[in-house]
Design a protein around this ligand. Structure first.
Ligand SMILES: [Zn+2]
Length: 146
Protein backbone atom coordinates (compact mmCIF):
# COMPACT_ATOMS: atom_id res chain seq x y z
CA UNK A 1 0.00 0.00 0.00
CA UNK A 2 1.36 3.39 -0.92
CA UNK A 3 0.75 6.71 0.72
CA UNK A 4 -1.54 8.86 -1.35
CA UNK A 5 0.05 10.00 -4.58
CA UNK A 6 -1.15 12.25 -7.37
CA UNK A 7 -0.08 11.01 -10.77
CA UNK A 8 0.20 13.51 -13.59
CA UNK A 9 -3.05 13.35 -15.57
CA UNK A 10 -3.01 12.45 -19.26
CA UNK A 11 -3.89 15.30 -21.60
CA UNK A 12 -5.31 13.62 -24.70
CA UNK A 13 -5.15 15.60 -27.92
CA UNK A 14 -6.35 14.89 -31.46
CA UNK A 15 -3.41 12.55 -32.04
CA UNK A 16 -3.48 10.58 -28.77
CA UNK A 17 -7.19 10.51 -27.91
CA UNK A 18 -7.67 7.10 -29.56
CA UNK A 19 -5.12 5.60 -27.18
CA UNK A 20 -6.67 7.22 -24.09
CA UNK A 21 -10.25 6.40 -25.12
CA UNK A 22 -9.27 2.73 -25.34
CA UNK A 23 -7.47 2.88 -21.99
CA UNK A 24 -10.65 4.25 -20.43
CA UNK A 25 -12.36 1.02 -21.54
CA UNK A 26 -9.56 -1.21 -20.24
CA UNK A 27 -8.24 -1.89 -23.74
CA UNK A 28 -4.69 -1.47 -25.03
CA UNK A 29 -4.87 0.01 -28.54
CA UNK A 30 -1.74 1.16 -30.34
CA UNK A 31 -1.49 3.61 -33.22
CA UNK A 32 -0.94 1.85 -36.54
CA UNK A 33 -0.30 3.08 -40.07
CA UNK A 34 -3.00 2.02 -42.53
CA UNK A 35 -0.51 2.27 -45.41
CA UNK A 36 2.54 0.28 -44.23
CA UNK A 37 1.20 -1.46 -41.11
CA UNK A 38 3.81 0.02 -38.76
CA UNK A 39 2.82 0.28 -35.09
CA UNK A 40 4.16 3.24 -33.13
CA UNK A 41 4.01 4.46 -29.57
CA UNK A 42 3.75 7.11 -28.26
CA UNK A 43 1.22 8.41 -30.79
CA UNK A 44 2.49 10.81 -33.44
CA UNK A 45 0.80 12.77 -36.25
CA UNK A 46 2.67 10.87 -38.99
CA UNK A 47 3.97 7.33 -39.45
CA UNK A 48 7.61 6.84 -38.46
CA UNK A 49 7.85 3.98 -40.96
CA UNK A 50 6.69 5.63 -44.20
CA UNK A 51 5.74 9.21 -43.37
CA UNK A 52 2.09 8.54 -44.12
CA UNK A 53 -0.65 10.39 -42.31
CA UNK A 54 -3.36 7.71 -42.31
CA UNK A 55 -3.18 6.31 -38.78
CA UNK A 56 -5.68 4.42 -36.70
CA UNK A 57 -5.78 2.65 -33.36
CA UNK A 58 -5.69 -1.12 -33.28
CA UNK A 59 -6.30 -3.35 -30.30
CA UNK A 60 -3.18 -5.37 -29.47
CA UNK A 61 -2.69 -8.55 -27.47
CA UNK A 62 -1.22 -6.93 -24.36
CA UNK A 63 1.59 -9.49 -24.45
CA UNK A 64 5.10 -8.13 -24.08
CA UNK A 65 8.66 -8.91 -23.02
CA UNK A 66 10.50 -7.18 -20.20
CA UNK A 67 13.38 -5.13 -21.65
CA UNK A 68 14.57 -3.11 -18.65
CA UNK A 69 13.58 -1.74 -15.25
CA UNK A 70 14.86 0.52 -12.53
CA UNK A 71 13.84 1.34 -8.99
CA UNK A 72 13.67 5.00 -8.03
CA UNK A 73 14.73 5.94 -4.51
CA UNK A 74 15.34 9.66 -5.13
CA UNK A 75 12.17 11.43 -6.15
CA UNK A 76 12.01 14.45 -8.48
CA UNK A 77 8.20 14.67 -8.77
CA UNK A 78 6.80 15.92 -5.45
CA UNK A 79 3.37 14.36 -5.99
CA UNK A 80 5.02 10.92 -6.23
CA UNK A 81 6.93 11.12 -2.93
CA UNK A 82 4.45 8.78 -1.25
CA UNK A 83 5.24 6.02 -3.72
CA UNK A 84 8.97 5.74 -2.97
CA UNK A 85 10.70 3.52 -3.73
CA UNK A 86 8.94 2.70 -7.01
CA UNK A 87 9.91 0.56 -9.97
CA UNK A 88 9.54 1.69 -13.59
CA UNK A 89 9.95 -0.70 -16.46
CA UNK A 90 10.14 -0.89 -20.23
CA UNK A 91 8.47 -3.63 -22.23
CA UNK A 92 8.54 -4.52 -25.93
CA UNK A 93 5.06 -5.32 -27.21
CA UNK A 94 4.66 -8.66 -28.97
CA UNK A 95 3.25 -7.11 -32.14
CA UNK A 96 6.49 -5.56 -33.41
CA UNK A 97 10.20 -5.38 -32.64
CA UNK A 98 11.14 -2.03 -31.12
CA UNK A 99 7.57 -1.20 -30.08
CA UNK A 100 8.19 -0.15 -26.50
CA UNK A 101 5.97 1.01 -23.66
CA UNK A 102 6.79 2.19 -20.16
CA UNK A 103 5.02 1.05 -17.03
CA UNK A 104 5.47 1.07 -13.30
CA UNK A 105 4.69 -1.15 -10.35
CA UNK A 106 3.26 1.53 -8.07
CA UNK A 107 0.76 -0.13 -5.79
CA UNK A 108 2.14 -3.53 -6.83
CA UNK A 109 5.65 -3.34 -5.40
CA UNK A 110 5.59 -6.99 -4.37
CA UNK A 111 6.05 -7.85 -8.07
CA UNK A 112 9.43 -6.10 -8.28
CA UNK A 113 11.31 -9.08 -6.86
CA UNK A 114 9.94 -11.36 -9.58
CA UNK A 115 11.30 -9.33 -12.52
CA UNK A 116 13.75 -11.07 -14.86
CA UNK A 117 15.18 -9.73 -18.11
CA UNK A 118 13.27 -11.10 -21.10
CA UNK A 119 10.37 -12.45 -19.05
CA UNK A 120 6.87 -12.53 -20.54
CA UNK A 121 4.72 -9.64 -19.38
CA UNK A 122 1.05 -8.83 -19.84
CA UNK A 123 -0.92 -5.60 -19.72
CA UNK A 124 -3.14 -4.94 -16.71
CA UNK A 125 -5.42 -2.05 -15.85
CA UNK A 126 -5.29 -1.73 -12.05
CA UNK A 127 -8.05 0.22 -10.36
CA UNK A 128 -6.53 3.63 -9.66
CA UNK A 129 -6.13 4.83 -6.09
CA UNK A 130 -7.94 8.00 -5.06
CA UNK A 131 -8.43 10.38 -8.01
CA UNK A 132 -5.59 9.04 -10.14
CA UNK A 133 -6.11 8.26 -13.83
CA UNK A 134 -6.51 4.71 -15.08
CA UNK A 135 -3.30 3.65 -16.82
CA UNK A 136 -2.17 0.56 -18.68
CA UNK A 137 0.58 -1.15 -16.71
CA UNK A 138 2.49 -4.37 -17.16
CA UNK A 139 2.95 -7.31 -14.81
CA UNK A 140 4.74 -10.64 -15.16
CA UNK A 141 2.54 -13.00 -17.19
CA UNK A 142 1.00 -15.70 -14.97
CA UNK A 143 2.97 -18.41 -16.77
CA UNK A 144 6.24 -16.54 -16.00
CA UNK A 145 5.88 -16.63 -12.20
CA UNK A 146 4.79 -20.22 -11.59
ZN1 LIG B 1 3.47 3.88 -42.51
Amino acid sequence: MTDEIARPRPRPDAVSEGFWNAVGQGVLAIQRCTQCGNYQHPPRPVCCGCGGGELSYERVSGDATLVSWTTTHHNVVPAMAGALPFTCLVVELAEQRGLYMMSDLIGRTSLAGALRLGMPMRVVFPEPEADNPRLPQFAPAPEAVR
